[in-house]
Design a protein around this ligand. Structure first.
Ligand SMILES: C[S@@+](CC[C@H](N)C(=O)[O-])C[C@H]1O[C@@H](n2cnc3c(N)ncnc32)[C@H](O)[C@@H]1O
Length: 217
C-alpha cells in the first residue's frame, strides 16, 4: 500500500525491487489518482488521507511512502496508521528527499521546491519545507519503528540542457501566477530573478533521497 502515491511515480521502483507486487495506492488528490489508474490499470487506487486509512488491521504485507512526508499534516499519525494496516513481520519503506548536504545544483531544486511549497500553503494545500536526513530518520523512530536499513539515493543527472532550464523558469512563473491576487505576490515575485540566476549558474539536480526500511512488530 503506497501512501501519497500521486500519479504513481514510486510504483516503478517498487516493481523493480518486487516484480510480482500488487499495489494499492492512496492519495487525497483525485486528479493524480486518475493518472495513476491510467498508468497502472491492474492496481487499485483510492482517495484517502494517510492519517485516516480506511483499511482493516494487518491488511497488507508492506506499506510505502515516497516523496510525501513533507506533504503530510501529521507524519507520526500516518506512520501509526501504516503500522496498523501492515501485518506483523511486514515492512515499511520510506523514500524521502532531504534538505541538507546538497550540492549547488541540488540546492536549486530545494529552493524551487520550497518556493512551490510556500505557494501551495498560501493556497491552503498541505506542503511543508523538506526535512533534513536526520529529521526524517528521527520521525520514523518517533513513530515507534525500528529502522533495519537506510541508504542515500541520488539520481545521476546530466547538466540540464538550456531548454530544460527555460522550462523550469517558466514553471516558476506559472507557480507565481497561482497567487497573483494574494498580498504575498509582490514579495514572492522578488524571489524569481534570484532563483533564475541560480538556475543559470548551477543548473538543476534532484535533491538526494534517503530510503529507509523498517520491520513492523
Ligand atoms: C510529491 S507527491 C509524491 C508522489 C509519489 N509518491 C512520488 O514518489 O513521486 C506528494 C503526494 O502526497 C499527497 N498528499 C498530500 N497530503 C496527503 C495526505 N494527508 N495523505 C496522503 N497523501 C497526501 C499529495 O496529494 C501528492 O500526490
Amino acid at each position: 500500500m503506497d501512501v501519497g502515491t500521486g500519479p504513481g511515480n514510486f510504483i516503478p521502483e517498487l516493481l523493480e525491487a518486487m516484480p510480482n507486487v500488487k499495489v494499492t495506492g492512496v492519495d487525497p488528490n483525485v486528479g493524480s489518482l486518475d493518472e495513476a489508474r491510467q498508468k497502472y490499470p491492474k492496481f487499485k487506487f483510492k482517495e484517502m488521507f494517510g492519517e485516516r486509512l480506511d483499511f482493516s488491521d494487518n491488511a497488507f504485507d508492506a506499506a510505502s511512502v515516497s516523496m510525501a512526508l513533507h506533504h503530510l499534516p501529521d507524519v507520526v499519525k500516518t506512520f501509526a496508521e501504516m503500522q496498523r494496516v501492515v501485518k506483523p513481520g511486514g515492512f515499511i519503506i520510506v523514500n524521502e528527499l532531504f534538505s541538507d548536504n546538497l550540492n549547488p545544483a541540488q540546492n536549486v531544486h530545494k529552493r524551487m521546491h520550497h518556493f512551490r511549497s510556500k505557494i501551495d500553503r498560501l493556497k491552503g494545500v498541505s506542503h511543508n519545507a523538506t526535512f533534513t536526513k536526520k529529521e526524517i530518520l528521527a520521525l520514523i523512530e518517533t513513530a515507534g519503528l525500528e529502522i533495519d536499513l537506510h541508504f542515500e539515493n541520488t539520481k545521476a543527472q546530466n547538466k540540464p540542457a538550456p531548454d530544460e532550464i527555460a522550462e523550469r523558469k517558466e514553471k516558476l512563473l506559472d507557480m507565481l501566477d497561482g497567487i497573483k491576487n494574494f498580498p504575498e505576490f509582490q514579495g514572492m515575485s522578488k524571489e524569481v530573478p534570484e532563483i533564475e540566476r541560480e538556475l543559470d549558474l548551477h543548473g538543476f539536480q534532484m535533491a538526494t533521497c534517503v530510503v529507509a526500511v523498517a520491520t513492523v512488530n
